[in-house]
Design a protein around this ligand. Structure first.
Ligand code: TYD
Length: 152
């Protein structure tokens, strides 16, 4: 099974969408393997958004990730990275398709409620960035409630 990282951004907490976001992933059939609330530091943001450091919006992005805590989660399932990314929607909430989290709750390309990993390789790195190994829980899951036997 694949694992992926989701952050509920400060705007998601401010908008009281934490339960809503979690419920969407749960109802889809993804399994929660780890979850914590934390304050993003400058250091963490510089690493997490290293690919955007030269962008004009970087300072704004930093501020938007720090004015309240974030919720970090590790979700697991078959092709979880793509499934979660599709549920997240396009970066700009105004362009995101209705039915996606951003398409339903965001009008902004910065205040866009959630972050989700964009590839399998990135997901591995991002999970390790936010969680120690003992903070990821490998409890038993009855995958047959979500997948046909030959898919598991
Ligand atoms: P990016 O990695 O391009 O998108 P995504 O979050 O969909 O993977 O950008 C990371 C974050 O940077 C994005 O969620 C919000 C912020 N951002 C802006 O503030 N303004 C912008 O124009 C863009 C493209 C991103």
């Amino acid at each position: 099974m694949e694992q992926t990282l989701v952050l509920i951004k400060p705007c998601g907490l401010e908008r009281q969408l934490v339960g809503e976001v979690i419920t969407r992933f749960e109802r889809r059939g993804l399994m929660l393997r780890g979850m914590k609330m934390l304050q993003m530091t400058d250091e963490l943001i510089n690493i997490h958004y290293a690919h955007l450091r030269e962008k004009s919006f970087f300072e704004g992005l930093k501020e938007s990730m720090q004015y309240a805590p974030v919720i970090a989660m590790c979700w697991e399932g078959k092709e979880a990275v793509k499934v979660v990314r599709d549920m997240t929607g396009y970066t700009n909430g105004r362009k995101a398709v209705p039915g996606t989290i951003r398409g339903d709750y965001s009008m902004s390309s910065q205040q866009n409620i959630v972050h989700s990993s964009d590839s399998i390789d990135t997901a591995r790195v991002e999970i390790d960035r936010f969680f120690r190994p003992e903070e990821i829980f490998s409890y038993k899951i009855h995958w047959r409630q979500f997948y046909a036997t030959d898919e598991i």
